[in-house]
Design a binder for this molecule. Structure first.
Ligand code: RP5
Length: 189
């Protein structure tokens, strides 16, 4: 093969790796969390961001958790989204091992008392080991935040996020119009 051919082949290979290798790792303590965590995957699909989804349990598979966290950066991940419920130690423990940003999703799960246990387990991290904690069951926001982190160094993703935010604005303005036509008054606009 010519030098040019080899260069093209290598470029294509690097591009295909770039487009298919996961940039975001979505992990959760149990498959029973999937109903909530699916929303993170859905929004990342919307932004065309390659990601992976699997179960990693801090308590039931501690060695798998350490392995996953230790290899995450080397495997090319840029952000980890970790969801767990009850004594929700997964996000914090993963954050204690990896240099990557970790977004924690507290889940109101079968073993959660009222959701506060999950929220506080993920939120109240000690100084030095941050976890970006989203609201209870807010996996969609975790996906958006992960996309924003990717978008800070990827203009295509950043533009998609701006389009998405503009669509939120338009949706609200439609509601404003609708309420007006239904007779609700305001003196602002
Ligand atoms: C947590 O325990 C998991 O993240 C899940 O939210 C919860 C319940 O797990 P299962 O008993 O349904 O497997 O570690």
């Amino acid at each position: 093969m010519t030098k040019q051919g080899l260069m093209t082949k290598s470029l294509l290979k690097s591009q295909s790796t770039k487009s298919t290798s996961p940039l975001v790792g979505i992990i959760m303590g149990s498959d029973s969390d999937l109903g909530v965590m699916q929303a993170a995957s859905d929004i990342l699909k919307h932004y065309d961001i390659p990601h992976e989804v699997t179960v990693v349990s801090a308590h039931r598979t501690p060695l798998r958790m350490v392995d996953y966290a230790q290899k995450a950066k080397l495997r090319g991940l840029k952000v980890i989204i970790a969801g767990a419920g009850g004594a929700a130690h997964l996000p914090g423990m993963v954050a204690s091992i990896t240099p990557l940003p970790v977004i924690g999703v507290p889940i109101k799960s079968s073993n959660s008392i009222d959701g506060w246990d999950s929220v506080l387990s993920i939120l109240q991290m000690p100084n030095g080991v941050p976890v970006a904690t989203v609201a209870l069951n807010a996996a969609k926001n975790a996906g958006i935040l992960a996309a924003q982190i990717i978008g800070s160094s990827d203009e295509t993703v950043s533009r998609k996020i701006t389009t998405y935010k503009n669509s939120l604005n338009s949706e609200v303005m439609e509601k404003v119009k609708k309420m007006k036509t239904e007779g609700w008054k305001n003196e602002f606009d």
